[in-house]
Design a binder for this molecule. Structure first.
Ligand code: AMP
Ligand code: MN
Ligand code: MN
Ligand code: MN
Length: 276
């Protein structure tokens, strides 16, 4: 059985390691087939491919696209895309551009909440001038002692309704699926267990995604409990979607499961790689 890991991040978005180091870590975890999926970005893929293939793995070019669906943020993983596709790269560039203004507003909101200079502080954690994310703010809040750890930073400051949260409009679900398919890839709803959606809303999201031609649901993820693996396997099956898996690795010690630690997809799920 080959080990697949189809979701992880590098310094081209909010990961802590350069693409080649992420790939070497995946190989050390005995992963056979790996995708790099930086948020709204494809710039790390060439470096990652070279390192992945040098380490004997099969490389799948990917990205994780930020989407707004019915007012909530949803992530769509792209797998097997052509990183040179201009419609896709233009769409991703638009999303990244929106992040800059949003980050300034997050800095202003945190200042209102008594935490000055967070925008400049977050910038010191940014590793690609093309992309700033809430994770960079979270790392700054940890460093300055305002919170215990990353989780605490999100819980107390950076999620919906909290003092540093700023609503933002990302791409539409339809655009994300269209860009991915236009670039020859497959579209996967990332970590469905992480969204603050009711079960009915989640079914509506999955049904709309399927109707748009979406391909798969991420089933095995550190964001999910073993019970959720089974629930999302059933959800995928009833909607005719395939299943995917990935560690969502951001850096050593930042995730519950490391490369190589993922259990297999539940029985009865058609893997997203079944046609590869
Ligand atoms: P952004 O795309 O700027 O909204 O940032 C989202 C990123 O924040 C996600 O990709 C995760 O890496 C990180 N994140 C979100 N929620 C949490 C959490 N509760 N704990 C740790 N990291 C989180
Ligand atoms: Mn992230
Ligand atoms: Mn995500
Ligand atoms: Mn991710």
């Amino acid at each position: 059985m080959l080990r697949y890991d189809l979701h992880c991040h590098s310094t081209y978005s909010d990961g802590l390691l350069a693409p080649a180091d992420v790939m070497r870590r995946a190989a050390a975890g005995r992963v056979d087939v790996v995708a790099l999926t930086d948020h709204d970005e494809v710039a790390g893929l060439a470096e990652a491919r070279e390192a992945a293939e040098a380490a004997g793995m099969r490389f799948i070019p990917g990205s994780e696209i930020s989407v707004t669906w019915e007012g909530d943020t949803v992530h769509v993983v792209a797998l097997g895309i052509d990183p040179e596709n201009t419609r896709l790269t233009a769409g991703l560039a638009d999303i990244r551009a929106g992040r800059d203004a949003r980050a300034r507003r997050i800095g202003d909101a945190l200042a209102q909440a008594g935490i000055p200079d967070a925008f400049d502080g977050a910038l010191t954690y940014v590793t690609s001038e093309r992309l700033i994310s809430r994770t960079h703010f979270a790392r700054y809040l940890v460093e300055t002692g305002h919170v215990r750890d990353l989780k605490d930073a999100f819980k107390r400051y950076l999620t919906t309704g909290k003092p540093g949260y700023v609503p933002h409009a990302w791409a539409s679900l339809a655009d994300a699926v269209r860009w991915i398919h236009g670039a020859g890839g497959q579209a996967v709803i990332a970590h469905p267990g992480r969204y603050k959606l009711t079960p009915a809303q989640l079914r509506a999201l999955v049904a709309e995604f399927r109707d748009l031609g979406g391909d798969a649901l991420e089933i095995v993820s550190p964001s999910h409990t073993p019970q959720q693996y089974n629930d999302f396997a059933a959800l995928a099956r009833t909607h005719g979607l395939k299943g995917s898996c990935g560690t969502d690795f951001h850096g050593p010690g930042e995730s519950r499961l490391e490369f190589g630690d993922l259990p297999p997809l539940p029985a009865g799920v058609d893997p997203v790689w079944s046609t590869w």
